[in-house]
Structure formats: C-alpha cells, structure tokens
Design a protein around this ligand. Structure first.
Ligand code: 9MR
Length: 370
C-alpha cells in the first residue's frame, strides 16, 4: 500500500516534532510502509450487493464506522469493514492523548494505519478530534498555561495534525462537545483559559492547515429539540456569520431505547432538526450513531423500537440533502463503549461479537432504501 504523497512526505509514524528527522519506533505498532504484510494493509474483497456499502454506493452519501483496537487483529473483521462501509473514523487513535503524548512528540502510527486501510479500500476517513475536554495527555492537563501559551499549544497541535493528514482526511471534528446539556459553554481546559474564542481559534487553525478538508462542530444530544440544540444552532450561526470557517455539524446520535419504547425522536422531528441546521448552509454528518437497549433483558418491543429507531434515523438523514454521512460508533456490540459507560445497556450496534448481522443491520439497510 502506497501512502498518498502528502502523508508520505510529511511524517510517518511516531516522530519527535513532526517533520523532524529523529523518528523513533512505536512499540509493537508498525505502519504499512514498514510492514506491508500486516492483514490491515491488504486490499479487502470488494463490496458485493449484499453489503451496506453497495446500497450506499448507489447514493452520493457515505456510511461509516469507528475503528479501534479490534481493527487489524482479524482479517474477517477488516474484510467486513471494507465490505460494509465506505468511511472510517478513528475511535481513539487521533485524540490528543494518543497522537500527542508529550509536548514535542506526535504519534501518528495507528491513525496512519487506519488511513492506509481506508485508502487501499477506496474509503474516506473522518478525523476525530482536535479540541475536546477528554482523553487529553497529562502534560496538557497539568500544564501551567497563560491564555497566550495555551492558544499557541492549540494552534500548533492543530497545525501539525491537520498538516500531517492534509489532502487525505475528508472531514475533521474540529471542536467536540463544547456545550453542556443546558446549552451553556462547557468548562474545559480550552474554555477555562481561552473563553469561547477557542472555538474560533481551532476552526481557523484547521482551515489554515488544510484548505480542502471539511471542518465540523461535533456534539451529543443535538438530535433532540431543546436548549442544547438551540445553543448549538446559535453557536454555528454566530461563527458562520462572522466568517469563521465551518462546513458542518456532527450529530453524535447516541440514543437509548426506554422501557416504553421511546428514545429516538420521530422521523419527522429528525428531518426538521436536520433541515434547521442545513438552513445555516452547513453539511450534516451523523458521527457516532448507536442505539442502546437494556442488556440483558430487552423485551421484544424494545428490540423492535431499536430497529425502528435505526430505520428512522437513517431515513431522516437521507431525506435531507445536506445530510451526507452516517457513522456507527463501532462495528460489533462487544467492542462498543456502551456497556462500560451505561451498565445494564448494550447491543447498540449492527453486528454481534461473531460478526453476524443483527436486526439493526436490516433496519439501517431499510432506511437507506436497500
Ligand atoms: O469510543 C470511545 C471510547 O473507546 C473511549 O473510551 C471514550 C473515552 O471518552 O471515548 C469514546 O468515544 C467518544 C467520542 O470520542 C466522543 N463522543 C462520545 C464518545 C463515547 O464516549
């Protein structure tokens, strides 16, 4: 697998001060350039008319999944990813903690492996994420920063990471989860020192580093009408009005089916929400979709509501031209973040741990119109 020129030319793997010459090897992880025999470097069997990817390819949209630790450990898993999806996101590999482990060291190895796999298999990749409160390295969180020094750290990080992937990443989640549930600005390392202006700083730095990649504001619970959705709308409207570069809004789309079957807004409500944001002139991506149910113990009615929810979410996206991509947050239920974060809930994705398609899979295909 050959890297596209921008990636190969900048800095491959773990490097001290990206672009520098003192490259060091990450323990146990090799890029495809170093070891092209790894399963994940291979071109996988083409999509067939039984895969989601086939149905999506008949539209102009993308259907993606998040890749994490299971990626590259099993040819069957990797082949499934390439058969079913035409878009990938690094679930964790491009977050600060992984990609920028100490102030002068960047580690692009795992993110590059995912990009190489995507390129080899004709898939796009979304980048995730450039400014967030969670999964930050200790050196960042415990640093003694002034507004000037922290702003420079943010700008340097974004310049380096986005430049590394210049021309290869389809869209970046530039700012992640900037708002609280009540619509106020979340207290983060960024907002505490830089105020709301960090959002603009991040978008401008990303645009300067790659003029072509799509820049997204990404957040959770925006799918529900209410104060948080209103605050996100106002935020995007404000930064767009002021000429700050932004191309899209990422709706994380983490849903929970309740005992009465509620939990996913109606199709009409979702369409109206997506249209509302599309009216601002931005694209819409559903970036981290999952629909959790009680596990164990979901009733057949809850399982049916979950499937109906998946169909409604996908159909609502497909009803709005600006909604161009849907990403499910992982491939199998066993690798999903849900059981850890929501004890008693799970089974939120499209495949079980044996890589078998579930009813949710058929529900997504129905939403696409397959
Ligand atoms: O999927 C990610 C999981 O493996 C991590 O443990 C977790 C830590 O915060 O982050 C998960 O992904 C999050 C995403 O980056 C942003 N939105 C919420 C997701 C679930 O926590």
């Amino acid at each position: 697998m050959r890297l596209s020129p921008p990636l190969a030319a900048v800095c491959l793997g773990l490097v001290v001060a990206c672009g520098g010459s003192d490259s060091v090897t990450a323990s146990g992880i090799k890029s495809c350039a170093e070891d092209p025999t790894q399963a994940l470097c291979k071109v996988m069997p083409p999509a067939t008319d039984s895969g989601l990817r086939y149905y999506v390819s008949r539209t102009s949209r993308s259907m993606g999944t998040a890749l994490d630790v299971t990626f590259g450990t099993s040819t069957a898993y990797d082949a499934l990813v390439a058969r079913e999806f035409n878009l990938v996101t690094a679930g964790n590999a491009q977050k600060w903690q992984t990609i920028h482990p100490s102030r002068s060291v960047y580690n692009f190895v795992r993110g590059d492996q995912m990009l190489e796999f995507a390129q080899a298999n004709g898939m796009k990749m979304r980048g995730h994420t450039l400014a967030w409160q969670n999964q930050n390295p200790i050196w960042l969180m415990s640093g003694q920063w002034t507004a000037d020094t922290l702003q420079k750290v943010l700008q340097d990080h974004i310049a380096t990471v986005v430049a590394h992937y210049k021309g290869t990443i389809y869209a970046w989640d530039v700012v992640n989860e900037a708002l609280n549930a009540d619509g106020t600005l979340a207290a983060t390392i960024w907002s505490n020192t830089l105020g709301k202006g960090y959002i603009e700083t991040a978008f401008r730095a990303a645009r300067a580093a790659d003029p072509a990649t799509l820049l997204f504001y990404n957040d959770y619970s925006l799918e529900f009408p209410g104060v948080k959705q209103d605050a996100a709308f106002a935020l995007v409207q404000d930064i767009k009005t002021r000429g700050v570069p932004i191309d899209g809004v990422g709706f994380q789309a983490h849903f929970q089916i309740n005992a009465d079957g509620s939990g996913v807004p109606s199709r009409a409500s979702l369409v109206s929400t997506f249209q509302r944001f599309a009216g601002l002139g931005v694209k819409i991506h559903l970036t981290e979709l999952d629909v959790r149910i009680r596990a164990p113990g979901a009733t057949s009615a809850e399982i049916a509501a979950q499937a109906q929810g998946y169909t409604d979410i996908v159909a609502a996206c497909y009803a709005v031209p600006a909604c161009e991509a849907i990403t499910v947050w992982g491939v199998t239920d066993t690798e999903s973040w849900i059981p850890n974060a929501f004890p008693g809930y799970g089974n939120a994705l499209l495949f079980d741990g044996s890589l078998t398609r579930k009813a949710t899979y058929g529900a997504v295909r129905a939403g696409i119109g397959g």
